[in-house]
Design a binder for this molecule. Sequence first.
Ligand code: AMP
Length: 563
Amino acid sequence: MDATETVNEFAQLGLRTELAESLTQLGYEAPTPIQRSAIPQMLAGKDLLCQAATGTGKTAAFALPLLNQRAEWERGKKPTALVLAPTRELCMQVAEAVHRYGRPFGMRTLPVYGGQPIGRQISALKRGVDIVVATPGRALDLLQRGTLSLSEVQTVVLDEADEMLDMGFAEDIEAILEQAPSERQTVMFSATMPKRILRIAKAHLRDPLRIEIPREVQDEGEGPKIQQTAYIVSRAHKVAALGRILDVEAPTAALVFCRTRDEVDQLAETLNGRGYRAEGLHGGMDQAQRDRVMGRLRSGNAELLVATDVAARGLDIDHLTHVINFDVPAAPESYVHRIGRVGRGDRRGVAITIAEPREQRLLRTIERSIRQRIDIAKVPTSAELRERRLTATRNNLARICLDEDLDDYRGLLGSLTVDFNIDQVTLAAIKMAHLATVGEAGEADIPQVEFSSSERHGDRGGNRGKSSTRGGRAGQKIRPGSSRGKMQRLFISAGAEAGIRPQDVVGAIANETTLAGSDVGVIDISARFSTVEVPADSAKEVIAALSATRIKGKKVKARRDRH
Ligand code: AMP
């Protein structure tokens, strides 16, 4: 598929050409299922109730129509759209996505959330804003101060509505919706559809259209012979995890799926830099380039093909042993299509999915839909990997001892043993053989992320294990701990710009308080601030300790995080 066809696919949904083109520039090749269903309806002005989890492309599903509708409107001071989202991280992400997609229109988008000085948000609102993306608490605060006005709002989007209810925002949402004009369009996105969500929909949406990601359910017994495994790792560690998985799995040929063209290019380059023979394939390439790539793969000159869904359509690679989803596919049917590339005939295949913690819900949807279990495995530790590599070196050496004529090297051995004893020479030779195959790269451990059981069983009680914790803009997050009691999120007044990394936060807490590093929960480092989850009953102690100490030489303020 070339760029024009991609533009057409988005334009066919009713989107303006400039918008469709800006998506092509971002490397999007085709709309996701939720985008196909929701975009035309939202453009037609319908109220929508959409069941879609993170990873399905839901943000673009509402952001694109918002932008499309407003492209030619007169710009006043007051916002014409309000998006409510449960967390500051999601607010920032949504605002960033709206900004990115809407670059051709110069739409004024403002994220509004707790933790940022309210003064800055107030002055931005006074200057004039088109789309406000807010956490309910801060939106209500600004409404009550009279700084935010909803009188011109024509569309309200509730993103991750179930998450907002879980976080206790129900009353705030009701109060906010009361202040928006009654003839507005209202669109709700929610990963689950419990009764509470339906009640809100009934009270505030007008004859909503219900949209679910279409599910493709297979007949029992028809499932492919594919071993399916997923690894849950934070975004920052995905590439390292993939490398380790590839080392352990040692595929003859693997197809690695990414979402966008840019991701394909980046990942293929990174993998080549790490010593794998990878080729990228996407819709931005012409036929000659595609043929060259396929030739290198078929001849065994490349072992990894990194591709988008669209580019991989119709590919038939005989000796493929592994399919790897570098991102969770946006819908169950694309998962089924992807993994169907292996396990053909009577051959066995392996399908591996690398999921971020926030994508666990989508993984569960896929599991339910294909009626097969996707096992959650732990990324091999550096010790396990070292062990396997040493075993491989041992086997290689043993094979050479058994099978090969080594007489040519006897002279060299003789000259070396004049200066060194035979043990030293042998160990040096083993080291050389080992490094020749594995390289000298040091291997740091990849923090293990637990697959939270509440996600798997659909129990959404409380704040623990929630999937809404998103990689902030600075994008560093770790979830090192094991299962714990109630946790409290703390705000810390310094972030990536001050050089703070997750390990610095863990270190400061472990050094200055009675807690161990393993008691610390999710850490999120944004540009100017950080958040950390600690056991609720130790929150006071941690706040006092952090406020009295320095992190990376910087004095910080810590307090309970309200949003
Ligand atoms: P979301 O479900 O909104 O959190 O989106 C998940 C990811 O999919 C984001 O990184 C988006 O940039 C990406 N994405 C959204 N729509 C598309 C598309 N049509 N093609 C490729 N990637 C997409």
